[in-house]
Design a protein around this ligand. Sequence first.
Ligand SMILES: [Zn+2]
Length: 559
Amino acid sequence: MIVVYTFVVCNFYPPAMKKFVPVLLLFALGCKQKEFNADLLVKNAVVYTVNSNFTVAGALVVSGGKIVAVGRTDSLEERYTAREVIDAGGKAIYPGFIDAHAHFYNYGLGLQGLRLRNTKSWQEVIDSVNVYARKNPEGWVIGRGWDQNKWPVKQFPNKAKLDSMFPVRPVILTRIDGHALIANQAALNLAGVKPGQVVDGGEVETVNGKLTGILIDNAKELVNRKIPAPTEQEIQSALLDAQQNCFAVGLTTVDDCGLPYTMVNTIAQLQHKGALKMRMYVMLSDTHDNLDYLFKRGVYKTPGLDVRSFKFYADGALGSRGACLLQPYSDQKNWRGFLLSSQKHFQDIAQKLAAKGFQMCTHAIGDSANRVMLKIYAGVLKGKNDRRWRIEHAQIISPDDIKYFGDNNIIPSVQPTHATSDMYWAGSRLGKTRLKSAYIYKQLLEQNGWLPLGTDFPVENISPIYTFYAAVERKDLKGYPDGGFLPENALTREQALRGITIWPAKANFEEKEKGSIEVGKYADFVMLDKDIMKINGADMPKVKVLKTYINGERVYEKK
Ligand SMILES: [Zn+2]
C-alpha cells in the first residue's frame, strides 16, 4: 500500500486566501505541489538486488516497510518524492543478511555471563573466573567460550583449581562449541553426578575413578538443568543485547536453532511491543513438550517470527571428539564418537514430522552421523520434494553419501567460519584423506543448486561478513593459509552473497518475502563502507556496516 502525502509548498498567497488554496490549486493556479508518495528513497547506490539474475541497480524506494521500486536513480527520482532521501554516494547496498544457523538467545545470555572466548590458557580461564566471581558475588558462576585447541596444552582441563577456589559456589564453564563443559565439585554435587556414571549420548569423564569435571554432550544436561532459570527480565535483556550487536553486523533475520516453546511467546510479545525488531526463524528443540506444542498449534507465523521446524542433534562436535565417525579418530585409537539418540528415535520423529508437514533440521558433523540422518531423511522424503529438510553443519560427508542431498532435496546448512576455525586441528582428528571430505561447501552447493550459510554463533563470531570472507577466501582473519584451506571448495562471491541472503530465506520458506531487494519484499537492507563484491579478499574482514534497515526503519547506524 502506498500512502500519498500532500502539502502545498506555494507560500505566496495572502493569508485570507489560504483556505481556498486547495480549490484554486485544482482549477487555476497550477502551482507546483510536493507529493510524498514514498517513505524513503536511497539513491546513487550500488544496489545488489540478489534477484534471480543478480541484477545491480542504482536506487531503491521504500513505502510502508516494503520495497516499492528498484531501478536507476534518475528514473526513480522522477517517479517518487520520498519523505527521506539518502544519497549513498556510490556505496554498496545488499539485502539484509540472514544467518541460517545461530543461537541468538544463548548468545545474548552469554553477553550477560562470563566470556571466555579469547582465553589462551587454562590459567587465564581461572583468572577470569576469579575476577568475574568477585564482581558478581551471588549465585552460580556461568561462563562460556574456552577452547583447549587454542591453549599450549591442548587437553581438556581438570576441575581441581576450581574446587579449591570455589568449594561451595557452583561453577560451570561451557566449551566454545557448546558440546562440552567443565563443572566444579559443588555443581556436580548439586546434580548428583557420580564417577563413571553412564549417560546415553554423553560422557562423564572419569580418570582413575575420579571426576575430572568434564561433561560431554548429553551429560552436560545433568548440571545444566540445575542452573536457576533466568528471570523474564534476564531473558528480555538477552534478546535485546543480542539484537543490538547483530544489527551492527548487518543481520536482519536470524535462525535460532533450538529453543523451548516457552520462548515463542516471549519473543512474540517483545516484537509486538516494538522492542525486538530482529526477525527470527525459531527451531524448537527435541523435547516432548515442544513437539506437543507445535503439533497442537500448527505453524506460527508473523512478519517477525516463524516457527515451523524442529532441531535435533545426531552427534556432537569434532573439537571435543563427539562427532560420530565411520572410522576411528586419527588422533584417538578405537574412538569414533557416538550418536546422541538412537536411530529409532530419529526415524520415529522423521515420520511424525513428515506426516504433520513440519521441517526437520538435524545437527550432523561426523560422516557416520551424516550417513545415518541422510538415510533416515531419504527413507521418508523418497526422492525429489520441497520439504526443505535440513542437515545442520553437514561437516564430514563420505563421498558415497553426497548424492543423498541432491536426490532427496536435503538442504545442507553450513558455516564457512567453522572450516577456518577448525583447519588448524581438523587434519589431526581426521587424517589427510578424510579431511578432503570435510567442509565441502562447493560440492554441497552443487547438489541442490543453493546453500544457506550461517555461523553457529556464539560458537563463531556473529559477523556474516566473516562468513562471506571464509566462504570465498577460505582463510582466517590473518590471511592464513596462503591460497586458502582446501580451496577447491571455495564459493564464488555471488554464491557467498546468495548464501547469506536469499538462500537462507529459502531454507526458511521465506524467499518470497525477504532475502533480496525486489518489489513487494520487506525493506530489509544493509549499507557497507566497502563493496565486498569488488574489494581484495584480504580487505574483506575489515569491511564495516554503515547502516542496517529493517522494514524500512533504520535500526543501526555506524557512529
Ligand atoms: Zn548450532
